[in-house]
Design a protein. Structure first.
Length: 95
């Protein structure tokens, strides 16, 4: 049976066993190296209020929040896209 992807959809290499994590959206249990992780900056203050406070000189802290998704949820949210065979050979990721 032919392989669809050279790395079989994982970033493991010849590491052997890797641990599992759960998808932050659906709760599916997936290998760590197969998960699609996205880091975004989160601010607890509303954006309109933060803009006004920054004009007055206040420092608004933003925290990095990393969310890990299974492949199905990442496709559903548009983080990654289904690509054709020729596009799969390029190693660029949509963000």
């Amino acid at each position: 049976m032919p392989k669809k992807r050279e790395n079989r959809g994982r970033r493991k290499g010849d590491k052997g066993h890797v641990g599992y994590i759960s998808c932050d959206n659906c709760g599916a249990r997936i290998p760590e190296d197969k998960a699609v992780c996205v880091t975004r900056m989160y601010s607890p203050v509303d954006s309109g209020l933060a803009a006004e406070l920054e004009k007055k000189g206040a420092m608004i802290t933003r925290y990095p929040v990393t969310r890990c998704y299974c492949v199905n949820c990442a496709v559903h949210f548009g983080i990654i896209k289904v690509r054709s065979e020729t596009e799969r050979r390029s190693h660029t990721r949509l963000r």
